[in-house]
Design a protein around this ligand. Structure first.
Ligand code: ADP
Ligand code: MG
Length: 216
């Protein structure tokens, strides 16, 4: 059954530093929306299409110095364009909600704010690749990077190129996300992610219900 809802399906994005809980919480929201019988898919960046997943490996694995900031940004935006064209836009056109673990605010916070490219340059590339398309709601999972780096370390795996950039870098990324959220309160909400998985999940559910009018 597809719900009769006044809100046209859009893109819901999870943002935040590495280890903030985006993976866990995006899966939980996806399950909650499926349980409430909303048509919805879960996707992620970098990645979310066959070609973009191939680019992902080049971005998240390997030596921290393997790309300079510009190269990193261009790789990410090449992946993002494929993700948009192959996955996000076709699903939205069919009336399916899309939840993404990361989107363009990550480029603003990582490459623009923390990486030192500056927000203006990221916005120029963004305009060329993405144009006017915007997520309906962005949930910024805000956490002390001391805690999130511990979580990311415990999780393990080889996708640690950004975690390896260290605490000061992650702190700048956090500031970047808070700056972006404060500048766009109509589309962004900051979630306290220092709490237990269950508490954060409940906060997110309430925010999605209140901001998008969904019945979860
Ligand atoms: P991200 O996708 O933001 O990098 P993850 O969802 O992969 O973060 O979570 C990183 C690690 O921390 C995982 O092992 C996850 O189970 C754990 N974790 C996530 N949220 C919490 C939380 N609120 N409390 C404790 N551990 C958590
Ligand atoms: Mg993750």
């Amino acid at each position: 059954m597809i719900k009769d809802n006044t809100q046209t399906p859009g893109l819901i994005v999870f943002e935040g530093v590495d280890g903030a809980g985006k993976g866990v919480q995006s899966r939980a929201l996806h399950e909650a929306m499926l349980a409430a019988e909303y048509p919805v898919i879960l996707t992620r960046e970098p990645g979310g299409s066959v070609s973009a997943e191939a680019i992902r490996k080049l971005i998240v694995e390997g030596d921290t110095e393997r790309w300079d900031d510009i190269s990193e940004l261009l790789l990410i935006y090449a992946a993002r364009r494929s993700h948009l064209q192959e996955t996000i836009l076709p699903n939205l056109e069919q009336g399916t909600w899309v939840i993404s673990d990361r989107f363009a605010d990550s480029s603003r916070a990582f490459q623009g704010f923390a990486g030192g490219l500056g927000l203006d340059l990221v916005e120029q590339v963004h305009e060329i690749v993405v144009g006017q398309f915007k997520p309906l709601l962005t949930l910024v999972l805000d956490i002390d990077p001391v805690l999130s780096l511990k979580r990311a370390e415990q999780r393990g795996g080889s996708e640690d190129r950004f975690e390896q950039k260290g605490l000061a870098y992650q702190q700048k990324v956090r500031e970047g996300f808070l700056h972006i959220a404060q500048a766009s309160p109509e589309t962004h909400t900051v979630i306290d992610a220092n709490q237990s998985i269950e508490t954060v999940q409940a906060t997110i559910k309430a925010a999605v219900q209140q901001r998008l009018g969904l019945n979860l």
